[in-house]
Design a protein around this ligand. Sequence first.
Ligand code: GRG
Length: 300
Amino acid sequence: MIDIKNYLHEKQLLVVQALDKLMLSPEGDFADHVTCMRYSLFVGGKRVRPILCLAAGTCISGKNDIEMRLLPVACALECIHTYSLIHDDLPAMDNDDLRRGHPTCHKKYGEAEAILAGDGLLTFAFDLLSNPVHARGLSDSARLAIVHTIARAAGSLGMVGGQALDMDGEGKKLSFDQLKTIHRNKTGALITASVLSGALGAGADADQLRAMQVFGDNIGLAFQIVDDLLDVISTTEELGKTAGSDARHNKATYPAFFGVDKTRKMAEQAVQTSLDALSIFSDRADPLRALAQYIVDRTK
Ligand code: GRG
């Protein structure tokens, strides 16, 4: 049985140290720009996506060095996620002052700097993924498959597209199907890609990839349902971002459709489906199992 608190603490440390080593240094001509990127990257965050990538790799490969080989991929995922948060907080989008318990990037450095920090982080992710120096230990074909998986999930047919639908839907009465499409793309796509890229890097076969896809889709769904729930039942202090933001922006959410109790049950159901998908794996999938449970139990 995995102690999820210790596991998360250990892997968060591993990811933060790798990010610090791999990320650009705040010196030279671009020092101010890089400082701004590093602020949002290191100000906090649970590091769920990189940890999912490492855990999926461990599930597929029994080799000790799999985490080390996947760290640049894990860091790229966190760079893309952080860019999405910076842009989501901008005045033109959710206009939030608080993120990860601290002032949002544009509040601290100004809007233009924040837009560019997001652009820089997104682009740097693909620098990390494609740079042979950072990607030691992954075959070229695995690296290409990972680049494609992440690019597809982060772009217009994934996270960016989901965000566009979300923005467009503000203040409108959306159907439940429309809400599911937004969640699947805005939040779910990058979470599934995190799991798949770890599995691809570790050499997963077609059956294993199919199982990882179902697992990722369902924890992505659970993650977003719980995010909707926490926005209603938690405080700004607990969340480290402004609570009640969905209602303020008139957004369709699971609690708005189903109420708090049914919403929690739906999240638990999605986690159960994700756990069922892992039944083909041995106890090497235990970290993934514990992460799925953490996603539904989390309080921030
Ligand atoms: C701007 C292209 C673009 C996309 C934005 C991620 C996103 C898409 C919007 C964030 C809005 C939001 C609250 C989405 C719900 C789920 C989510 C992604 C929450 C934040 O992720 P966590 O909880 O954050 O993993 P930390 O700070 O722990 O990394």
